[in-house]
Design a protein around this ligand. Structure first.
Ligand code: NAD
Ligand code: MG
Length: 397
């Protein structure tokens, strides 16, 4: 029996993880579940999975959850705040940690799990973008096993030799090719982009995902973050990382070897596939998802990614090449921009404009330790908030 901790249990990845875990209750037991503010959703999951510990990041939500758990007569310890998230991520009895919080908020618990040498299944890509070196160095020191959940990176992991471990430079690899669906605005006339709404942006053609990553997919910042994530996990420079648009989302990514062979992983666009792969690795377990019906799929298309349409992809590649704090600044500015866009305070095209301005703004060079990373993250968020509040910068409103 292995003990599973799901950070971000109420999210899309969290729920898909529990769906797979439920199919393998002879091998996996849920030790802890965490969420941000939605105590009703976490309470339902507590009733279904009976974890030993439940953590709400929000204190008031934790109180409400505790009351519900008490009146239902359940024996579940309730914790709150970042310290409690870190404690379950590093719990002595935890074997597998699913890191599925959204955004930079997942950094500290993910780092704690890595430092404890756990098997860490990373869906939460933002910490890998803001603090990639720190996380990978911590894994080197602790012996933690990192298995990517992001479908592209999981596909690449599956196409590398069985002995390969994330953090090493893969041998004989010429380049990694990340596929992208192109999102909902792949064919929208450029002139219409300033006016697209949050409702249009979160309607992804192929995948069902949380709001933030759905907007990131529409701007293709998601693919940009994934370029940096790939550089972190697979230790390859930007020149060996390519993006191709593949609207069918059947091929989840490819590895091109020096001999000209290209290996791809295919499957339905259902996150239970990479999740089951990672939970079972190096074995294989049923995920609840069938393979593709290739004849029904008929054909697959590929096209280059247009950085005029998707400036966020260009910004992310530039940040990866620039190194230093640039990826951290990019990530923080993007989180603020996406939140503002979802609240109607920034236009869709304003997202890239604000991030580019933030990347061009002066900020102090700081150390690349945890304190330095958090300081740069805070600086970029403050800078972005002032940019938004200055009003005149919301160019297309
Ligand atoms: P989601 O919005 O559906 O869920 C986010 C989860 O994080 C929720 O459980 C929420 O309670 C928790 N959370 C949010 N803010 C928090 C905070 N401040 N402190 C503690 N917990 C907090 O998001 P999702 O779609 O499940 O994505 C989760 C992560 O996985 C993201 O980083 C995303 O980029 C990545 N990812 C998602 C998919 C997908 O298909 N959904 C695919 C690849 C990667
Ligand atoms: Mg992805």
């Amino acid at each position: 029996m292995q003990n599973l901790v799901v950070l971000g249990a109420t999210g899309t990845i969290g729920r898909n993880t529990l769906d797979v875990a439920q199919r393998h209750s002879d091998k996996l037991r849920v030790l802890a579940l965490t969420a941000n503010t939605d105590d009703a959703a976490l309470f339902e999951l507590c009733q279904a999975f009976l974890p030993r510990i439940a953590v709400m990041a929000d204190a008031a939500a934790a109180q409400r959850l505790e009351a519900k758990i008490k009146s239902a007569g359940l024996k579940i310890e309730v914790g709150t705040g970042v310290d409690a998230l870190v404690a379950v991520a590093a719990h002595a009895e935890a074997d597998q940690i699913m890191s599925a919080i959204v955004g930079a908020a997942g950094l500290l618990p993910t780092l704690a799990a890595v430092q404890k040498g756990k098997r860490v299944l990373i869906a939460n890509k933002e910490p890998l973008v803001m603090a990639g070196r720190l996380l990978m160095d911590a894994a080197d020191q602790s012996g933690a096993t990192i298995i990517p959940i992001d479908s592209e990176h999981n596909a690449i992991f599956q196409c590398l030799p069985a002995a390969y471990r994330c953090g090493a430079v893969p041998k004989g690899v010429k380049r990694l090719v990340l596929t992208a669906s192109g999102g909902p605005f792949r064919e929208t006339p450029l002139a219409d982009l300033p006016k697209v709404t949050p409702q249009q942006a979160v309607r992804h053609p192929n995948w069902v995902m949380g709001q933030k990553i759905s907007v990131d997919s529409a701007t293709m910042m998601n693919k940009g973050l994934e370029l940096i994530e790939a550089a972190t996990l697979y230790r390859l420079p930007a020149a060996q990382l390519e993006v191709v648009i593949h609207p069918e989302s059947a091929i989840h990514s490819l590895v091109e070897y020096v001999d000209g062979s290209m290996l791809a992983q295919l499957g339905q666009p259902d996150m239970r596939v990479p999740i089951a792969h990672a939970l079972a690795w190096p074995e294989r377990w049923e995920s609840g998802v069938d393979g593709l019906d290739l004849a029904a799929l008929g054909r697959m298309r590929f096209e280059p990614a247009d950085t005029q349409r998707f400036p966020c992809l260009r910004l992310a590649r530039e940040a990866l090449i620039a190194g230093g704090n640039a990826a951290n600044v990019l990530n923080a500015a993007n989180e603020i921009a996406v939140e503002a866009f979802l609240k109607g305070k920034l236009t869709y095209t304003g997202i890239a404009e604000m991030i580019e301005s933030c990347l061009n703004a002066d900020h102090q060079a700081v150390a690349s330790d945890l304190a330095g990373i958090l300081a740069v993250d805070a600086w970029a968020r403050d800078w972005s908030m002032s940019w938004l509040n200055s009003g005149q910068k919301v160019i297309h409103a």
